[in-house]
Design a protein around this ligand. Structure first.
Ligand SMILES: [Fe+2]
Ligand SMILES: [Fe+2]
Length: 296
């Protein structure tokens, strides 16, 4: 008798945990009608422009205002990242490429991601007035055998593992209002299961498919992955946020695109990206999805 793959054994445990921790967006969270104007919605050191000269020159109310729109951007980019992943995961349900146990867990995964999107969407619409649109453009490309599914799980891992770095820090930051901390907490709780599942399934998918790729196909995939990670980080630096916070107005107004470039290049931001990506890059290197660590 063939023994179940490790991801199937894990999926059974995770389904059980998901059932035990089932929650609803309206019940789990206590949604206030508004958030005080002087409340930090993003930890100040995690604000995208925190390493720039401009940030150093801003007064506290302006910084707090930027931090509010930054929260809107972070929740929007997570929501926008999760949207296509739910579609990709739905396509996998009952596929022979995964175990029945994995299919069962993916039902929970989709259920939880749907709630995350509703939770992020509600935050953004209620306290920011909008959801920031998706920036990524999906260029058509040719895939090696199995590469599409491997790439999809890589995308899932990038949005989940990088986002989780922020969730873990901000769920515990008492400077933030309760609703913000709770969103990070609830998201982290579900994501720790998703991340475990993603890693386990990824190992098997990689072993199954990548062994059949040519040297050129493998190199092409690795280049794509490094670029994908980099471009995902680009979404954290959103000129619309800087405009919405009013940084382009008045006599000291700045060009939001120039500010974006300065923020991306600031040593503080480079260090933050390296720190937040370290765990995931380590996994990709160990498993062979990357050959060398890309600079973020
Ligand atoms: Fe999520
Ligand atoms: Fe997730």
């Amino acid at each position: 008798m063939q023994c179940a793959p490790a991801s199937a054994v894990l999926a059974t445990k995770l389904s059980k945990a998901s059932r035990a921790q089932r929650w609803e967006v309206d019940e789990e969270l206590d949604w206030p009608a508004s958030i005080d104007d002087d409340a930090w919605c993003t930890s100040p050191e995690l604000v995208s422009i925190a390493g720039t000269d401009l940030w150093a020159s801003l007064d506290e109310p302006t910084r707090v205002r930027v931090a509010r729109f930054e929260a809107g951007n972070f929740f929007s980019l997570t929501l926008q990242g999760e949207r296509p992943l739910v579609a990709g995961m739905s396509d996998l349900l009952y596929s022979t490429r995964i175990s029945p146990e994995a299919t069962e867990y993916i039902h929970h995964f989709i259920d939880e991601e749907n709630k995350h999107m509703a939770m992020f969407g509600r935050f953004c619409r209620t306290y920011i007035g909008k959801v920031y649109p998706e920036k990524k453009v999906n260029l058509p490309r040719r895939y090696a055998s199995g590469e599409r599914i491997v790439a999809m799980f890589c995308k899932i891992m990038v949005v989940e593992e990088v986002g989780d770095y922020y969730n873990v820090l901000m769920q515990a930051d008492t400077r933030l209002p309760r609703i913000v901390r709770e969103i990070h907490r609830v998201h982290h709780r579900d994501e720790s299961r998703h991340i475990g599942f993603g890693r386990s399934l990824m190992r098997e998918l990689w072993a199954t498919y990548a062994s059949g790729w040519s040297v050129a196909e493998r190199a092409g995939f690795q280049a794509w992955l490094a670029n994908y990670m980099k471009s995902s980080w680009g979404d954290f630096y959103n000129p619309s946020v800087y405009r919405d916070a009013g940084l382009d107005r008045g006599p000291d107004g700045v060009d939001p695109y120039a500010l974006r470039r300065e923020a991306i290049e600031s040593p503080q931001a480079v260090e933050l990206r390296a720190r937040a990506s370290r765990r995931l890059i380590g996994f990709f290197l160990r498993e062979g999805l990357l050959e060398e660590a890309p600079s973020m």
